[in-house]
Design a protein around this ligand. Structure first.
Ligand code: GLA
Length: 397
């Protein structure tokens, strides 16, 4: 068994005195390109990574749902009939009032959102023990990994008959409502529906997905993650403000979502929007186009052609969407100086990680140059590791 799956299984046994009925897992993700486009009904191109979260689960006969994790070994328990009182109010209320710790709102929120979809009288109680090797707060979707593993486990134990897309929607509802983070659906779809060696090209309006071959291995390229260790949270501050700016932009331009604005419309948009809103809109509109161009380039030329698009995406996030931080900019420019094909911050921003597409035989040199650039700027040593496109949700035992 995978060592982290074993940790989840042992944690389950400590909690209950018996073995789990099954262990499910879901991965974190890195986003190749398409940032903040998901809640604007646009396009994204993320891929699942090999770091995963494992949920060891088993039924109990008393209608209680109990969760424990390696983040916090104190179990949290709630009666299933109490879930809607806990999470059905204002978004994030249960977390903000301290009724449940934030980490527990993810699995408990998934249970609530899964049951809220229909009428499931008399579902049994469950014990859930969670262990993860997805770095937390690095912009690699540790939260979607918890949601995906929990949704798949509950689907089995409760016989919910969910599709993968249902699970992704349940994860997003949990995150929006139970945790209070106004995020889109990219992370959940990427984590749950990922495929080996491919990125998931998702149309966030139709929710149609296509697997796009990345071809990194054939070209002797690696994706280097540079985790700046600058922590961020999307349930407070900047993320919600960016979302509000995008919604204001769409309303002012008279479209249902920024998906409906094209690069050719930007000149008119500039004359009607204030400067800040225009720059937020410009990022989304150009980023959508960059996702489409990246997919076309990958299909026509392979991964060596996408570097310029990745860099343009970073510049747009740094200057127009203003979600980068100096550590991320340093990571990107140091990786490019070391010869990376392309680099950009990945995820929601305000901290977390950058990715760089690097020649395999330049990896060590690139990591060293990034480390030196961080040391020269007096930043904490970044955590650098490679990721490979991996599979979505799985039953591990
Ligand atoms: C976070 C959110 C996603 C997405 C990205 C930015 O990861 O969870 O829904 O908006 O930020 O692209």
């Amino acid at each position: 068994m995978n060592p982290t799956a074993q940790v989840a299984s042992n944690l389950f046994s400590e909690l209950t005195g018996s073995s789990p009925e099954s262990v499910w897992s879901a991965p974190g993700r890195a986003n190749l390109i398409g940032e903040h486009t998901d809640y604007n009904e646009g396009f994204v191109l993320p891929f699942a990574i090999e770091h995963r979260t494992y949920a060891a689960v088993g039924r109990r006969d008393d209608g209680i749902i109990r969760v424990v994790s390696t983040f916090d070994r104190t179990p949290v328990e709630v009666a299933i009939v109490e879930l809607s009182a806990l999470f059905g109010g204002a978004a994030g209320e249960a977390v903000q009032s301290g009724s449940v710790p934030e980490w527990a709102a993810y699995p408990l929120g998934v249970a609530w959102a899964a049951l809220a979809r229909g009428s499931y009288p008399g579902v049994p109680g469950v014990d859930i023990a969670i262990a993860s090797d997805v770095p937390i707060g690095a912009g690699l979707s540790s939260s979607a990994a918890i949601e995906g593993a929990t949704a798949a486990a509950l689907d089995e134990l409760w016989g919910l008959d969910l599709t993968l897309l249902d699970m992704a929607k349940i994860g997003r509802t949990a995150e929006n409502q139970a945790v209070g983070a106004p995020t889109g659906i990219m992370d959940q779809v990427s984590s749950i529906m990922g495929e080996y060696d491919s990125a998931t090209f998702l149309d966030c309006r139709s929710l149609e997905t296509q697997a796009v071959d990345l071809g990194f291995a054939n070209e002797h390229l690696s994706v280097l993650v540079i985790d700046t260790r600058v922590k961020h949270s999307h349930s407070t501050g900047g993320y919600g403000e960016r979302r509000a700016s995008c919604e204001l932009g769409a309303r002012t331009l008279g479209v249902p979502a920024l998906r409906d604005v094209t690069v050719g419309d930007l000149e008119r948009a500039k004359s009607v929007l204030d400067d800040v809103t225009f720059r937020r809109v410009a990022h989304i509109v150009t980023e959508n186009q960059r996702v489409l161009d990246t997919v076309d380039t990958l299909r026509a030329e392979g991964p060596r052609g996408i570097g310029g698009l990745l860099v343009a995406s970073h510049v747009s996030m740094r200057d127009d969407f203003e979600i980068s931080v100096p550590e991320l900019d340093t990571a990107v420019s140091a990786a490019l100086d070391a010869g990376a094909i392309g680099a950009r911050m990945t995820g929601g921003g305000f901290g977390g990680a950058a990715i760089a597409v690097v020649e395999n035989d330049r990896l060590d040199e690139t990591k060293q140059q990034v480390s030196s650039a961080f040391a020269a700027a007096d930043y904490a040593e970044p955590n650098q590791f490679t990721v490979t496109p991996s599979h979505g949700v799985l039953r591990d035992a």
